[in-house]
Design a protein around this ligand. Structure first.
Ligand SMILES: *Cc1c(COP(=O)(O)O)cnc(C)c1O
Length: 361
């Protein structure tokens, strides 16, 4: 096999040992003579996976028994709607911190379902940063405050959480969950589609505090109520068994690497390697994010012309570095460097960036 460095934004790179383990176990899961894809979700094998994955998420996040872990479907995009359907009662209003393409979508969905307010926006200048505390005006009665911890498309990330006071804080953590330790106690609910940093597409992780759950409405359709899935431990209907199985293997891999402090240390070093390559190029590369809001997961930058960007992406691919095209709304280059990307991939890309400037700068 040739070495490929996979910088895709999502679905994204998975740890090689996890893929090998899944391959090894696929045909004959734990001596049962069949694969996990072919077993009942009520089997003791799948129940063990479901429970392990739940316990691992709690351990890694430091979440106590006052939190519930759910494995749902519909992606983070369904959470944009499921959240207000559960915790935005008629007459109430929710506050949204609108910091990029994903936060915009979350806000628009809430505004279609109930009353949503923009408590801060950094749209001016093209979402290059997260808002400063003084730019955030919260509604004292907000049902909750919603933020997007990492804007996957723009390449910005909250480096310090805003103060929501005693309002419940909710975060879409799809593209940086498990990349660094978080103070889970600050959050009433977090959610994440798995396909960036946790596993394959098909499962969405929701972690919800018990008090927030108790405040939820019971008028949403059964499948769209958090309470349904808490009560049934994510087994109300057939779960995406293979996606949860893969998720559990990825979580086991994260624990074996040293957990979230180890992930944060590696991710900081990887991102620093790439940002230094941007900053050392004398203006040839222009980072999209302002330095204080730079993402440690998605590194976005432009080159002097679109033609050079196309050439950069094509030549990088020829060197085995794939998935570098920026999202069409931002353009340029985006290197997604989730947990499973090693330092070697970032070193290779930084080396290529320096060499590209020598030829074209
Ligand atoms: C990818 C992404 C989403 C959408 O996730 P789906 O699982 O495709 O619905 C939402 N928010 C963020 C921050 C993302 O990166």
């Amino acid at each position: 096999m040739t070495t490929i460095y996979n910088f895709n934004a999502g679905p994204a790179i998975l740890p090689a040992p996890v893929l090998e383990r899944a391959q090894h176990e696929l045909r004959d899961y734990h001596g049962r003579g069949m694969s996990i894809l072919e077993m009942s979700h009520r089997s003791k094998e799948y129940e063990a996976i479901n429970n392990e994955a739940e316990q691992r998420i709690k351990r890694l996040l430091g979440a106590g028994d006052d939190y519930h872990v759910l494995f749902l479907q519909g992606g983070a995009s369904l959470q944009f709607a499921m959240l207000p359907l559960n915790v935005l009662p008629p007459g109430a209003s929710a506050d949204y911190l609108v910091t990029g393409a994903w936060a915009e979508k979350a806000y628009e969905e809430a505004a279609a379902i109930g009353r949503a307010r923009i408590a801060a926006t950094t749209a001016d200048g093209g979402y290059r940063r997260m808002p400063a505390p003084a730019e955030i005006t919260l509604d004292p009665d907000a049902a909750y405050v919603h933020l997007t911890s990492n804007e996957t498309i723009q390449g910005t990330q909250w480096q310090a959480w805003p103060d929501a006071g005693d309002r419940p804080l909710v975060a879409d953590m799809s593209s940086d969950i498990m990349s660094r330790p978080i103070e889970i106690q600050r959050f009433a609910l977090i959610y994440a589609g798995a396909q960036k940093n946790l596993g394959p597409a098909g499962v969405t992780v929701v972690v919800i505090h018990d008090l927030f759950l108790k405040s939820a409405s019971s008028s949403a359709p059964t499948m769209l109520r958090y309470a349904t899935h808490v009560k049934n431990r994510s087994l109300y209907n057939t779960p995406p068994v293979f996606a949860v199985y893969m998720l559990n293997l990825v979580l086991e891999w994260i624990e074996a690497q040293g957990g979230l402090p180890a992930m944060a240390e590696r991710n900081t070093r990887k991102a620093t390697t790439l940002y230094q390559a941007i900053d050392a190029a004398g203006g040839f590369y222009r980072g999209h994010a302002m330095p204080e809001s730079r993402s440690f997961m998605n590194v976005t930058f432009r080159l002097p012309t679109e033609a050079l960007e196309q050439q950069f992406i094509a030549e990088a691919a020829a060197h085995g570095m794939v998935g570098l095209a920026g999202h069409r709304s931002v353009g340029g280059v985006r290197a997604s460097i989730y947990n499973a990307m090693g330092q070697e991939g970032c070193d290779a890309l930084a080396g290529f960036m320096a060499e590209f400037v020598r030829r074209h700068g």
